[in-house]
Design a protein around this ligand. Sequence first.
Ligand code: FFO
Ligand code: GTP
Ligand code: MG
Length: 451
Amino acid sequence: MIVAPATSFGQGGIGIIRLSGPGCLDLVRPFVLGLGGGPPSWKSHRLYYGQFTDSSQRVIDEVMAVYMASPRSYTREDVVEIHCHGGLVVGRRILETLRHAGARTAQPGEFTLRAFLNGRIDLTQAEGVMEVIEARHRSAHQIAVQHLEGSLAHFCNELREQLLDSLALLETWIDFPEEDIDHPSFDSIVGTLTSVIENLRPVVASFRNGRVLREGVSVLILGKPNVGKSSLLNALVGSDRAIVTDLPGTTRDTLEEQLDLDGLRLRLTDTAGLRDSDDPVEQEGVRRACGKIAQADIVLLVIDGHRGMDDDDRSALGRCAGKNSIIVINKSDLPSVEIPSLPSHFPVITVSAATGAGIDRLREELRIRAGIADGEECPESLILTEERHHQALSQTLEKLGKTIESLNAGLSPEFIALDLREAVESLGVITGETAPEEVINRIFSRFCIGK
Ligand SMILES: Nc1nc2c(c(=O)[nH]1)N(C=O)[C@@H](CNc1ccc(C(=O)N[C@@H](CCC(=O)O)C(=O)O)cc1)CN2
Ligand SMILES: Nc1nc2c(ncn2[C@@H]2O[C@H](COP(=O)(O)OP(=O)(O)OP(=O)(O)O)[C@@H](O)[C@H]2O)c(=O)[nH]1
Ligand SMILES: [Mg+2]
Protein backbone atom coordinates (compact mmCIF):
# COMPACT_ATOMS: atom_id res chain seq x y z
CA MET A 1 0.00 0.00 0.00
CA ILE A 2 1.44 3.34 -1.01
CA VAL A 3 0.79 6.89 0.17
CA ALA A 4 1.94 10.31 -1.06
CA PRO A 5 0.89 13.94 -1.10
CA ALA A 6 -0.88 14.61 -4.40
CA THR A 7 -0.49 18.39 -4.01
CA SER A 8 2.34 20.48 -2.65
CA PHE A 9 1.56 21.30 0.94
CA GLY A 10 2.26 24.79 2.21
CA GLN A 11 1.12 26.37 -1.07
CA GLY A 12 -2.57 25.92 -1.81
CA GLY A 13 -5.74 26.17 0.25
CA ILE A 14 -6.47 22.44 -0.04
CA GLY A 15 -4.02 19.55 0.08
CA ILE A 16 -4.70 16.02 -1.10
CA ILE A 17 -3.11 12.86 0.22
CA ARG A 18 -3.64 9.73 -1.83
CA LEU A 19 -3.38 6.08 -0.85
CA SER A 20 -3.52 3.13 -3.21
CA GLY A 21 -3.45 -0.62 -2.74
CA PRO A 22 -5.59 -3.44 -1.34
CA GLY A 23 -6.68 -2.71 2.22
CA CYS A 24 -6.07 1.02 2.10
CA LEU A 25 -9.61 1.74 3.27
CA ASP A 26 -9.14 -0.40 6.37
CA LEU A 27 -5.91 1.43 7.06
CA VAL A 28 -7.66 4.83 6.94
CA ARG A 29 -10.90 3.87 8.74
CA PRO A 30 -9.67 4.38 12.35
CA PHE A 31 -8.54 7.94 11.61
CA VAL A 32 -11.63 9.45 9.96
CA LEU A 33 -14.67 10.43 12.00
CA GLY A 34 -17.81 11.34 10.10
CA LEU A 35 -20.65 13.64 11.14
CA GLY A 36 -21.89 12.65 14.58
CA GLY A 37 -18.55 11.19 15.58
CA GLY A 38 -18.99 7.74 14.07
CA PRO A 39 -17.16 6.42 11.00
CA PRO A 40 -18.56 7.36 7.57
CA SER A 41 -20.31 4.53 5.71
CA TRP A 42 -17.52 4.62 3.09
CA LYS A 43 -19.59 3.87 0.03
CA SER A 44 -17.40 3.91 -3.05
CA HIS A 45 -17.11 7.19 -4.97
CA ARG A 46 -18.83 9.28 -2.30
CA LEU A 47 -17.20 12.32 -0.82
CA TYR A 48 -17.50 12.36 2.98
CA TYR A 49 -17.05 15.25 5.34
CA GLY A 50 -15.24 14.46 8.58
CA GLN A 51 -12.32 14.89 10.92
CA PHE A 52 -8.93 13.29 10.54
CA THR A 53 -7.41 12.27 13.87
CA ASP A 54 -4.06 10.87 14.87
CA SER A 55 -3.72 7.49 16.56
CA SER A 56 -4.58 9.01 19.95
CA GLN A 57 -7.82 10.49 18.61
CA ARG A 58 -6.48 14.06 18.52
CA VAL A 59 -8.01 15.97 15.65
CA ILE A 60 -5.42 16.93 13.02
CA ASP A 61 -7.78 18.61 10.57
CA GLU A 62 -11.26 18.95 9.17
CA VAL A 63 -11.27 16.99 5.91
CA MET A 64 -13.19 15.56 2.98
CA ALA A 65 -12.43 11.97 2.11
CA VAL A 66 -13.29 9.63 -0.72
CA TYR A 67 -12.91 5.90 -1.23
CA MET A 68 -12.73 4.55 -4.78
CA ALA A 69 -13.13 0.80 -4.92
CA SER A 70 -11.01 -1.19 -7.37
CA PRO A 71 -11.08 -1.19 -10.37
CA ARG A 72 -12.84 2.18 -10.75
CA SER A 73 -9.85 4.28 -9.68
CA TYR A 74 -6.77 6.00 -11.05
CA THR A 75 -4.55 2.99 -10.31
CA ARG A 76 -7.33 0.39 -10.70
CA GLU A 77 -6.56 -0.57 -7.09
CA ASP A 78 -8.54 0.52 -4.04
CA VAL A 79 -7.79 4.21 -3.57
CA VAL A 80 -8.52 6.60 -0.71
CA GLU A 81 -7.99 10.34 -0.93
CA ILE A 82 -7.94 12.69 2.03
CA HIS A 83 -8.66 16.30 1.08
CA CYS A 84 -7.41 18.42 3.96
CA HIS A 85 -6.22 21.99 4.41
CA GLY A 86 -3.09 22.88 2.52
CA GLY A 87 -0.87 23.66 5.51
CA LEU A 88 2.62 22.21 5.80
CA VAL A 89 2.07 20.73 9.24
CA VAL A 90 -1.34 19.28 8.41
CA GLY A 91 0.01 17.30 5.47
CA ARG A 92 3.05 16.14 7.35
CA ARG A 93 1.03 14.90 10.33
CA ILE A 94 -1.54 13.04 8.25
CA LEU A 95 1.21 11.36 6.22
CA GLU A 96 3.02 10.45 9.43
CA THR A 97 -0.12 8.88 10.84
CA LEU A 98 -0.75 6.83 7.71
CA ARG A 99 2.85 5.69 7.44
CA HIS A 100 2.80 4.69 11.07
CA ALA A 101 -0.27 2.58 10.34
CA GLY A 102 1.62 0.71 7.62
CA ALA A 103 1.50 2.66 4.34
CA ARG A 104 4.75 3.11 2.44
CA THR A 105 5.76 6.37 0.78
CA ALA A 106 5.15 6.10 -2.97
CA GLN A 107 8.04 6.51 -5.40
CA PRO A 108 7.71 9.38 -7.87
CA GLY A 109 5.28 8.23 -10.56
CA GLU A 110 4.30 5.07 -8.71
CA PHE A 111 0.54 5.71 -8.87
CA THR A 112 0.74 6.16 -12.63
CA LEU A 113 3.07 3.17 -12.91
CA ARG A 114 0.35 1.10 -11.27
CA ALA A 115 -2.26 2.51 -13.65
CA PHE A 116 0.04 1.36 -16.46
CA LEU A 117 0.84 -2.06 -15.00
CA ASN A 118 -2.85 -2.66 -14.31
CA GLY A 119 -3.68 -1.85 -17.92
CA ARG A 120 -5.73 1.32 -17.46
CA ILE A 121 -3.37 3.37 -19.61
CA ASP A 122 -0.49 2.63 -21.95
CA LEU A 123 3.01 4.08 -21.81
CA THR A 124 2.28 7.06 -24.08
CA GLN A 125 -0.68 8.05 -21.91
CA ALA A 126 1.50 7.82 -18.81
CA GLU A 127 4.01 10.09 -20.50
CA GLY A 128 1.09 12.32 -21.47
CA VAL A 129 0.23 12.75 -17.78
CA MET A 130 3.66 14.28 -17.12
CA GLU A 131 3.50 16.26 -20.34
CA VAL A 132 0.21 17.83 -19.23
CA ILE A 133 1.72 18.76 -15.87
CA GLU A 134 4.88 20.18 -17.44
CA ALA A 135 3.19 22.08 -20.29
CA ARG A 136 4.08 25.77 -20.04
CA HIS A 137 1.83 27.19 -22.71
CA ARG A 138 -1.25 26.39 -24.72
CA SER A 139 0.08 24.49 -27.71
CA ALA A 140 2.30 22.27 -25.58
CA HIS A 141 -0.72 21.58 -23.40
CA GLN A 142 -2.91 20.86 -26.42
CA ILE A 143 -0.54 18.19 -27.67
CA ALA A 144 -0.10 16.75 -24.18
CA VAL A 145 -3.86 16.28 -23.77
CA GLN A 146 -3.96 14.41 -27.08
CA HIS A 147 -1.28 12.08 -25.80
CA LEU A 148 -3.05 11.70 -22.45
CA GLU A 149 -6.24 10.74 -24.22
CA GLY A 150 -4.42 8.04 -26.12
CA SER A 151 -4.24 9.39 -29.65
CA LEU A 152 -0.67 8.21 -30.09
CA ALA A 153 -1.45 4.86 -28.49
CA HIS A 154 -4.42 4.44 -30.80
CA PHE A 155 -2.33 5.34 -33.85
CA CYS A 156 0.41 2.85 -32.94
CA ASN A 157 -2.02 0.06 -32.13
CA GLU A 158 -3.89 0.51 -35.39
CA LEU A 159 -0.70 0.28 -37.45
CA ARG A 160 0.52 -2.61 -35.35
CA GLU A 161 -2.67 -4.57 -36.04
CA GLN A 162 -2.26 -4.06 -39.77
CA LEU A 163 1.37 -5.17 -39.66
CA LEU A 164 0.48 -8.21 -37.57
CA ASP A 165 -2.02 -9.24 -40.27
CA SER A 166 0.71 -9.03 -42.88
CA LEU A 167 3.07 -10.92 -40.63
CA ALA A 168 0.49 -13.69 -40.24
CA LEU A 169 0.20 -13.94 -44.04
CA LEU A 170 3.97 -14.15 -44.34
CA GLU A 171 4.16 -16.78 -41.66
CA THR A 172 1.69 -19.13 -43.37
CA TRP A 173 3.97 -18.84 -46.30
CA ILE A 174 6.93 -19.84 -44.11
CA ASP A 175 4.98 -22.83 -42.84
CA PHE A 176 4.38 -24.15 -46.35
CA PRO A 177 7.72 -23.54 -48.01
CA GLU A 178 6.98 -25.71 -51.02
CA GLU A 179 4.31 -23.27 -52.16
CA ASP A 180 5.21 -19.98 -53.74
CA ILE A 181 3.57 -16.94 -52.26
CA ASP A 182 0.48 -16.23 -54.30
CA HIS A 183 -0.04 -12.93 -56.00
CA PRO A 184 -2.98 -11.71 -53.94
CA SER A 185 -1.06 -12.23 -50.67
CA PHE A 186 2.06 -10.58 -52.03
CA ASP A 187 0.07 -7.58 -53.25
CA SER A 188 -1.86 -7.37 -50.04
CA ILE A 189 1.32 -7.34 -47.93
CA VAL A 190 3.02 -4.71 -50.09
CA GLY A 191 -0.18 -2.64 -50.11
CA THR A 192 -0.47 -2.73 -46.32
CA LEU A 193 3.18 -1.89 -45.73
CA THR A 194 3.02 0.99 -48.19
CA SER A 195 -0.03 2.45 -46.54
CA VAL A 196 1.50 2.10 -43.07
CA ILE A 197 4.63 3.90 -44.30
CA GLU A 198 2.50 6.70 -45.72
CA ASN A 199 0.71 7.08 -42.42
CA LEU A 200 3.96 7.08 -40.45
CA ARG A 201 5.93 9.60 -42.49
CA PRO A 202 4.14 12.83 -41.50
CA VAL A 203 4.02 11.76 -37.88
CA VAL A 204 7.77 11.10 -37.75
CA ALA A 205 8.31 14.45 -39.47
CA SER A 206 6.18 16.22 -36.85
CA PHE A 207 8.83 15.64 -34.21
CA ARG A 208 10.84 18.74 -35.01
CA ASN A 209 7.87 21.04 -34.54
CA GLY A 210 6.74 18.96 -31.60
CA ARG A 211 9.97 19.50 -29.76
CA VAL A 212 9.96 23.19 -30.54
CA LEU A 213 6.38 23.49 -29.30
CA ARG A 214 7.20 21.63 -26.15
CA GLU A 215 10.60 22.95 -25.16
CA GLY A 216 10.50 26.29 -26.87
CA VAL A 217 13.16 27.95 -28.97
CA SER A 218 16.20 29.57 -27.39
CA VAL A 219 16.94 33.03 -28.73
CA LEU A 220 20.19 34.74 -27.78
CA ILE A 221 20.44 38.53 -28.01
CA LEU A 222 24.00 39.46 -28.90
CA GLY A 223 25.90 42.63 -29.81
CA LYS A 224 28.42 45.16 -28.62
CA PRO A 225 27.58 47.40 -25.60
CA ASN A 226 24.85 50.06 -25.79
CA VAL A 227 23.25 48.96 -29.07
CA GLY A 228 19.95 48.31 -27.24
CA LYS A 229 19.96 44.56 -26.52
CA SER A 230 18.25 44.92 -23.16
CA SER A 231 15.79 47.43 -24.64
CA LEU A 232 15.01 44.90 -27.37
CA LEU A 233 14.33 42.16 -24.81
CA ASN A 234 11.99 44.53 -22.99
CA ALA A 235 10.24 45.50 -26.23
CA LEU A 236 9.73 41.84 -27.19
CA VAL A 237 8.35 40.75 -23.82
CA GLY A 238 6.45 44.00 -23.31
CA SER A 239 7.79 44.87 -19.85
CA ASP A 240 10.82 46.51 -18.28
CA ARG A 241 12.44 43.23 -17.42
CA ALA A 242 16.08 44.13 -18.10
CA ILE A 243 17.90 47.20 -16.81
CA VAL A 244 18.50 49.79 -19.53
CA THR A 245 20.84 52.79 -19.14
CA ASP A 246 22.80 54.94 -21.54
CA LEU A 247 26.06 53.57 -20.07
CA PRO A 248 27.79 50.95 -22.19
CA GLY A 249 28.35 47.80 -20.12
CA THR A 250 25.05 47.95 -18.20
CA THR A 251 24.15 44.29 -18.51
CA ARG A 252 26.66 42.14 -16.65
CA ASP A 253 25.06 38.73 -16.41
CA THR A 254 22.85 36.83 -18.82
CA LEU A 255 19.13 37.21 -18.19
CA GLU A 256 16.50 34.79 -19.44
CA GLU A 257 12.88 35.63 -20.09
CA GLN A 258 10.05 33.60 -21.63
CA LEU A 259 7.92 34.90 -24.43
CA ASP A 260 4.77 33.27 -25.78
CA LEU A 261 4.41 34.13 -29.47
CA ASP A 262 0.83 32.99 -30.13
CA GLY A 263 1.56 29.59 -28.71
CA LEU A 264 5.21 29.37 -29.71
CA ARG A 265 7.43 29.52 -26.69
CA LEU A 266 10.64 31.54 -26.95
CA ARG A 267 13.31 31.58 -24.30
CA LEU A 268 15.02 34.95 -24.80
CA THR A 269 18.43 35.57 -23.29
CA ASP A 270 19.84 39.07 -22.91
CA THR A 271 23.62 39.20 -22.62
CA ALA A 272 26.45 41.52 -21.67
CA GLY A 273 27.68 43.68 -24.56
CA LEU A 274 30.63 42.08 -26.34
CA ARG A 275 33.84 44.10 -26.12
CA ASP A 276 37.34 43.89 -24.71
CA SER A 277 37.33 45.14 -21.15
CA ASP A 278 39.66 45.30 -18.18
CA ASP A 279 36.79 44.99 -15.74
CA PRO A 280 36.75 41.39 -14.47
CA VAL A 281 32.98 41.44 -13.95
CA GLU A 282 32.41 42.57 -17.51
CA GLN A 283 34.91 40.01 -18.80
CA GLU A 284 32.98 37.27 -17.02
CA GLY A 285 29.73 38.59 -18.54
CA VAL A 286 31.24 38.47 -22.03
CA ARG A 287 32.52 34.97 -21.37
CA ARG A 288 29.02 33.86 -20.34
CA ALA A 289 27.45 35.48 -23.38
CA CYS A 290 29.82 33.72 -25.75
CA GLY A 291 29.32 30.45 -23.92
CA LYS A 292 25.64 30.58 -24.80
CA ILE A 293 26.12 30.91 -28.54
CA ALA A 294 26.61 27.22 -29.21
CA GLN A 295 23.30 26.13 -27.61
CA ALA A 296 21.18 28.95 -29.03
CA ASP A 297 18.63 28.02 -31.70
CA ILE A 298 18.51 31.59 -33.00
CA VAL A 299 20.85 34.56 -32.48
CA LEU A 300 19.61 38.15 -32.69
CA LEU A 301 22.67 40.23 -33.56
CA VAL A 302 21.87 43.81 -32.62
CA ILE A 303 23.52 46.78 -34.32
CA ASP A 304 23.00 50.47 -33.51
CA GLY A 305 21.69 51.96 -36.77
CA HIS A 306 22.29 55.49 -35.53
CA ARG A 307 25.98 54.94 -34.77
CA GLY A 308 26.74 52.46 -37.54
CA MET A 309 29.16 49.53 -37.57
CA ASP A 310 32.62 49.39 -36.03
CA ASP A 311 35.14 46.66 -35.28
CA ASP A 312 33.27 45.50 -32.18
CA ASP A 313 30.16 44.95 -34.31
CA ARG A 314 32.15 43.07 -36.91
CA SER A 315 33.70 40.84 -34.29
CA ALA A 316 30.25 40.16 -32.77
CA LEU A 317 28.96 39.36 -36.25
CA GLY A 318 31.87 36.98 -36.73
CA ARG A 319 30.65 34.99 -33.75
CA CYS A 320 27.32 34.38 -35.51
CA ALA A 321 28.94 32.50 -38.37
CA GLY A 322 27.08 29.29 -39.03
CA LYS A 323 24.28 30.19 -36.63
CA ASN A 324 20.63 30.69 -37.46
CA SER A 325 20.82 34.49 -37.03
CA ILE A 326 18.78 37.60 -37.59
CA ILE A 327 20.52 40.96 -37.83
CA VAL A 328 18.54 43.59 -35.96
CA ILE A 329 19.32 47.20 -36.79
CA ASN A 330 18.04 49.14 -33.80
CA LYS A 331 17.21 52.79 -33.05
CA SER A 332 15.33 53.43 -36.31
CA ASP A 333 13.64 56.40 -34.59
CA LEU A 334 17.00 58.25 -34.81
CA PRO A 335 18.72 59.39 -38.01
CA SER A 336 20.51 56.40 -39.49
CA VAL A 337 23.92 56.00 -41.06
CA GLU A 338 24.83 53.70 -43.94
CA ILE A 339 25.52 50.13 -42.82
CA PRO A 340 27.96 48.51 -45.23
CA SER A 341 27.90 45.00 -46.64
CA LEU A 342 26.17 42.64 -44.23
CA PRO A 343 26.33 38.93 -44.96
CA SER A 344 23.48 38.30 -47.38
CA HIS A 345 22.38 34.97 -45.89
CA PHE A 346 21.09 36.66 -42.72
CA PRO A 347 17.74 38.43 -42.75
CA VAL A 348 18.01 42.06 -41.67
CA ILE A 349 15.19 43.68 -39.69
CA THR A 350 15.16 47.35 -38.78
CA VAL A 351 13.45 48.21 -35.49
CA SER A 352 13.18 50.75 -32.77
CA ALA A 353 13.15 49.16 -29.35
CA ALA A 354 12.20 52.60 -28.02
CA THR A 355 9.03 53.13 -30.11
CA GLY A 356 8.21 49.52 -30.96
CA ALA A 357 8.47 50.12 -34.71
CA GLY A 358 9.41 46.93 -36.58
CA ILE A 359 8.98 44.70 -33.52
CA ASP A 360 6.04 42.84 -35.11
CA ARG A 361 8.12 42.11 -38.20
CA LEU A 362 10.87 40.80 -35.96
CA ARG A 363 8.35 38.55 -34.20
CA GLU A 364 7.22 37.18 -37.56
CA GLU A 365 10.82 36.57 -38.62
CA LEU A 366 11.41 34.73 -35.33
CA ARG A 367 8.47 32.46 -36.08
CA ILE A 368 9.82 31.72 -39.55
CA ARG A 369 13.32 31.08 -38.22
CA ALA A 370 11.88 28.78 -35.57
CA GLY A 371 10.51 26.77 -38.47
CA ILE A 372 6.87 27.37 -37.71
CA ALA A 373 5.06 29.56 -40.21
CA ASP A 374 1.94 31.48 -39.33
CA GLY A 375 -1.22 29.51 -38.66
CA GLU A 376 0.64 26.24 -38.23
CA GLU A 377 0.99 26.32 -34.51
CA CYS A 378 -2.29 24.80 -33.41
CA PRO A 379 -2.03 21.20 -34.41
CA GLU A 380 -5.04 18.96 -35.05
CA SER A 381 -2.97 16.02 -36.25
CA LEU A 382 -0.67 13.85 -34.23
CA ILE A 383 2.54 15.52 -33.08
CA LEU A 384 5.52 13.74 -31.58
CA THR A 385 7.25 15.44 -28.67
CA GLU A 386 9.31 12.62 -27.14
CA GLU A 387 12.68 11.59 -28.50
CA ARG A 388 11.76 8.04 -27.48
CA HIS A 389 8.69 7.99 -29.73
CA HIS A 390 10.56 9.60 -32.58
CA GLN A 391 13.31 7.01 -32.41
CA ALA A 392 10.95 4.06 -32.29
CA LEU A 393 8.78 5.29 -35.17
CA SER A 394 11.84 6.12 -37.29
CA GLN A 395 13.01 2.60 -36.60
CA THR A 396 9.63 1.23 -37.71
CA LEU A 397 9.81 3.23 -40.93
CA GLU A 398 13.28 1.98 -41.67
CA LYS A 399 12.38 -1.67 -41.06
CA LEU A 400 9.27 -1.40 -43.22
CA GLY A 401 11.35 0.05 -46.06
CA LYS A 402 13.69 -2.92 -45.77
CA THR A 403 10.80 -5.36 -45.68
CA ILE A 404 9.42 -4.04 -48.95
CA GLU A 405 12.87 -4.19 -50.56
CA SER A 406 13.29 -7.80 -49.49
CA LEU A 407 9.81 -8.67 -50.79
CA ASN A 408 10.57 -7.15 -54.16
CA ALA A 409 13.94 -8.86 -54.27
CA GLY A 410 12.16 -12.20 -53.77
CA LEU A 411 14.11 -13.07 -50.62
CA SER A 412 13.03 -15.95 -48.41
CA PRO A 413 9.94 -15.36 -46.28
CA GLU A 414 11.85 -16.10 -43.06
CA PHE A 415 14.18 -13.27 -43.87
CA ILE A 416 11.39 -10.88 -44.74
CA ALA A 417 9.47 -11.73 -41.58
CA LEU A 418 12.51 -10.84 -39.50
CA ASP A 419 12.43 -7.17 -40.52
CA LEU A 420 8.67 -7.00 -40.28
CA ARG A 421 8.74 -8.43 -36.78
CA GLU A 422 11.24 -5.75 -35.74
CA ALA A 423 8.98 -3.06 -37.17
CA VAL A 424 6.07 -4.41 -35.14
CA GLU A 425 8.26 -4.57 -32.05
CA SER A 426 9.26 -0.88 -32.27
CA LEU A 427 5.60 0.07 -32.28
CA GLY A 428 5.11 -2.05 -29.19
CA VAL A 429 7.99 -0.32 -27.43
CA ILE A 430 6.17 3.01 -27.77
CA THR A 431 2.94 1.85 -26.18
CA GLY A 432 4.78 -0.28 -23.63
CA GLU A 433 3.51 -3.60 -24.94
CA THR A 434 7.06 -4.77 -25.59
CA ALA A 435 9.11 -2.14 -23.76
CA PRO A 436 12.02 -3.44 -21.69
CA GLU A 437 11.83 -2.84 -17.96
CA GLU A 438 14.64 -0.28 -17.93
CA VAL A 439 12.79 1.84 -20.49
CA ILE A 440 9.71 1.79 -18.27
CA ASN A 441 11.74 2.60 -15.16
CA ARG A 442 13.45 5.48 -16.89
CA ILE A 443 10.11 6.97 -17.89
CA PHE A 444 8.54 6.81 -14.45
CA SER A 445 11.64 8.04 -12.65
CA ARG A 446 11.08 11.42 -14.35
CA PHE A 447 7.71 11.79 -12.68
CA CYS A 448 6.96 14.03 -9.75
CA ILE A 449 6.04 12.93 -6.23
CA GLY A 450 2.43 11.89 -5.83
CA LYS A 451 1.75 11.28 -9.52
N1 FFO B 1 -8.92 14.19 -6.66
C1 FFO B 1 -8.30 13.78 -7.76
N2 FFO B 1 -8.26 14.58 -8.83
C2 FFO B 1 -7.61 14.18 -9.95
C3 FFO B 1 -6.97 12.92 -10.02
C4 FFO B 1 -7.06 12.08 -8.86
O1 FFO B 1 -6.52 10.97 -8.83
N3 FFO B 1 -7.72 12.57 -7.77
N4 FFO B 1 -6.31 12.55 -11.17
C5 FFO B 1 -5.32 11.63 -11.25
O2 FFO B 1 -4.26 11.76 -10.75
C6 FFO B 1 -6.60 13.24 -12.43
C7 FFO B 1 -7.84 12.65 -13.05
N5 FFO B 1 -7.56 11.38 -13.63
C8 FFO B 1 -8.23 10.22 -13.33
C9 FFO B 1 -8.21 9.22 -14.27
C10 FFO B 1 -8.94 8.08 -14.04
C11 FFO B 1 -9.65 7.91 -12.87
C12 FFO B 1 -10.49 6.70 -12.66
O3 FFO B 1 -10.95 6.45 -11.58
N6 FFO B 1 -10.73 5.94 -13.73
C13 FFO B 1 -11.55 4.74 -13.70
C14 FFO B 1 -13.02 4.98 -13.99
C15 FFO B 1 -13.71 5.89 -13.05
C16 FFO B 1 -15.19 5.64 -12.95
O4 FFO B 1 -15.69 4.64 -13.48
O5 FFO B 1 -15.84 6.47 -12.29
C17 FFO B 1 -11.10 3.77 -14.77
O6 FFO B 1 -10.64 4.28 -15.81
O7 FFO B 1 -11.23 2.61 -14.57
C18 FFO B 1 -9.63 8.90 -11.92
C19 FFO B 1 -8.92 10.07 -12.15
C20 FFO B 1 -6.74 14.69 -12.18
N7 FFO B 1 -7.58 14.99 -11.02
N1 GTP C 1 16.52 56.36 -29.48
C1 GTP C 1 16.64 55.09 -29.15
N2 GTP C 1 17.39 54.73 -28.09
C2 GTP C 1 17.47 53.44 -27.78
C3 GTP C 1 16.80 52.44 -28.50
N3 GTP C 1 17.08 51.23 -27.93
C4 GTP C 1 17.89 51.49 -26.89
N4 GTP C 1 18.14 52.81 -26.79
C5 GTP C 1 18.98 53.48 -25.79
O1 GTP C 1 20.28 52.98 -25.92
C6 GTP C 1 20.92 52.92 -24.64
C7 GTP C 1 21.43 51.51 -24.38
O2 GTP C 1 20.33 50.62 -24.31
P1 GTP C 1 20.45 49.20 -23.64
O3 GTP C 1 19.21 48.48 -23.96
O4 GTP C 1 20.85 49.30 -22.23
O5 GTP C 1 21.67 48.62 -24.49
P2 GTP C 1 22.43 47.24 -24.31
O6 GTP C 1 22.82 46.78 -25.64
O7 GTP C 1 21.67 46.30 -23.46
O8 GTP C 1 23.73 47.69 -23.55
P3 GTP C 1 24.72 46.87 -22.59
O9 GTP C 1 23.90 46.14 -21.60
O10 GTP C 1 25.54 47.91 -21.98
O11 GTP C 1 25.50 45.96 -23.47
C8 GTP C 1 19.86 53.37 -23.65
O12 GTP C 1 20.05 54.72 -23.36
C9 GTP C 1 18.56 53.16 -24.39
O13 GTP C 1 17.55 54.04 -23.96
C10 GTP C 1 16.00 52.86 -29.62
O14 GTP C 1 15.38 52.05 -30.32
N5 GTP C 1 15.97 54.18 -29.90
MG1 MG D 1 22.01 45.47 -21.68
